[in-house]
Design a protein around this ligand. Structure first.
Ligand code: SF4
Ligand code: SF4
Ligand code: SF4
Ligand code: ZN
Length: 439
């Protein structure tokens, strides 16, 4: 028994054909995305574990989209999501851009949207290709915030040159998406990156128990992760811990991850949670009950014994509210935690100088640039050291894809041929693992 209340479009998980879809209250009282492919039948995905009032409230008061910077003209018969680049229909200016510098990796995780690290394969973008991508991004409205990504970007020795190429062109925020192996194992490597201008390390960090790493990464890695955090702390390279959250594997470890992060607050700026999505290489079976935003927030509240509450969180602002969640906290002198007023997360595509700095300021490294730090600088430094962000993004796969959400995406992959491709379109795969865009 379904009670439909809104229409959108999605795709068939088997053939990726675009389908009409309905958002409906299911027999369980939760919100489902329901669609029927004439060839492959009916599909139902749980998208919100909560009632319709909460669902609508979460999405209400979302600011209008920031407007796009269309980069490509596409054939008239190409329809979303097959016209990315960004096309004229896109409702957001892509502004956080992933550069996939390599498809090599020093791990071969059972779960990897980039399907990286398989033996015998892998290549790197040449420095010339990287420079051309930066130039393309400038033509398409950059400079944007850059995510150095892969594969595992630290398998390359020339990250400092790659950052320098970007800086020469006016890019200033460089987030390193990393598994942390090299940060842990190579003395001086975190300092090298910090001095080269890397703004922060987004460190894959799935828990404080090796069972999570064995399930998600294929081997125990807790010791490596802890060393990586220590080395970044020593080098002054800010860290954001990024757990991939899989039901039944590590969704009970959220409290431990948050407590560990809070204990290392001067080095760890926040935790960014990624409930697992079923695209790319994913060795885990799809559960009937997927992780949804309300369930993750309830777990945060339960596992932190109310120190962080579900009501502290708001949905995305630049992107669809249903893509992400976000809360900010300040540590008071007595050690307790205070939630800062809820505001919708911004990103640099909201065009104001303040917002441009939001992402970089939240997570980036800071230099007292020249001169002595005065009392106000010290106050700012302290405020920064005592603030902490918890956020997350629920990526979409072929079961959950909602084209209304996708059209507001601001996280893009830089593709030499197509330009900017929204992340969830770039990584979309059908049930046989065939990709829409990823090569
Ligand atoms: S996701 Fe955006 S860029 Fe891609 S086809 Fe749809 S509207 Fe165009
Ligand atoms: S998830 Fe990251 S660390 Fe694991 S194989 Fe893929 S690129 Fe490498
Ligand atoms: S990457 Fe996916 S989940 Fe994130 S904003 Fe884009 S469409 Fe939404
Ligand atoms: Zn189909």
């Amino acid at each position: 028994m379904y009670r439909p209340f809104a229409r959108t479009k999605s795709v068939c998980p088997v053939c990726l054909r675009v389908l009409d879809a309905e958002k409906a209250v299911g027999g369980d009282g939760h919100i489902h995305l329901v669609k029927v492919c004439p060839d492959h039948g009916k599909f139902d995905a749980l998208i919100w574990e909560g009632d319709i009032i909460d669902y609508l409230k979460w999405g209400s008061a979302a600011p209008p989209s920031a407007g796009n910077r269309p980069g490509v003209t596409v054939p008239a018969d190409a329809e979303c999501p097959r016209a990315c680049g960004l096309c004229a229909e896109h409702e957001s200016a892509g502004c956080c851009v992933l550069l996939e510098l390599t498809d090599r990796c020093n791990l071969c995780c059972p779960v990897c949207f980039a399907s990286a690290g398989e033996s015998g394969r892998g290549s790197d973008l040449s420095l010339g290709d990287v420079a051309r991508l930066y130039d393309l991004l400038l033509e398409r409205g950059g400079p944007f915030n850059i995510q150095l990504s892969g594969g595992e970007p630290t398998v390359r020795d020339d990250l400092p040159e790659i950052v320098a190429l970007g800086r020469e062109r006016g890019f200033s925020y460089f987030q390193l998406n990393t598994n942390g192996l090299r940060l842990a194992q190579e003395p001086g490597y975190a300092s090298l990156l910090r001095e080269a201008g890397v703004s922060c390390a987004f460190l894959q960090f799935d828990g404080l128990d090796d069972s999570a790493y064995t399930a998600l990464r294929g081997r125990p890695l807790l010791g490596v992760k802890l060393r990586a955090v220590d080395n970044c702390a020593e080098a002054g390279l800010p860290v954001v811990l990024v757990p991939t959250l899989a039901p039944g594997v590590n969704d009970h470890m959220l409290g431990d991850i948050l407590r560990f992060a809070l204990g290392r607050m001067s080095a760890v700026r926040g935790v960014h949670i990624q409930p697992i999505s079923y695209f790319g290489r994913c060795g885990l079976p799809q559960p009937g009950r997927r992780l949804t935003i309300p369930r993750v927030l309830r777990e945060i509240e339960r596992q932190t014994e109310g120190a962080m509450r579900a009501s502290d969180f708001a949905g995305g602002g630049a992107e669809s509210a249903y893509c992400s969640f976000h809360a900010a906290y300040r540590r008071l002198p007595d050690g307790s935690l205070r939630a800062l007023p809820r505001r919708r997360s911004q990103c640099c595509c909201v065009k104001s100088a303040d917002a441009q700095a939001f992402v970089a300021d939240r997570w980036g490294a800071h230099d007292p640039s020249g001169g002595q730090a005065d009392a106000f600088d010290e106050f700012l430094a302290q405020a920064r050291e005592n603030s902490f962000t918890v956020s997350g993004m629920v990526f979409q796969d072929a079961m959950t894809l909602d084209l209304e959400r996708l059209r507001r995406c601001y996280i893009c992959e830089a593709d030499p041929e197509r330009g900017l491709v929204p992340f969830c379109a770039y990584n979309l795969t059908d049930s046989a693992g065939r990709a829409l865009y990823r090569r």
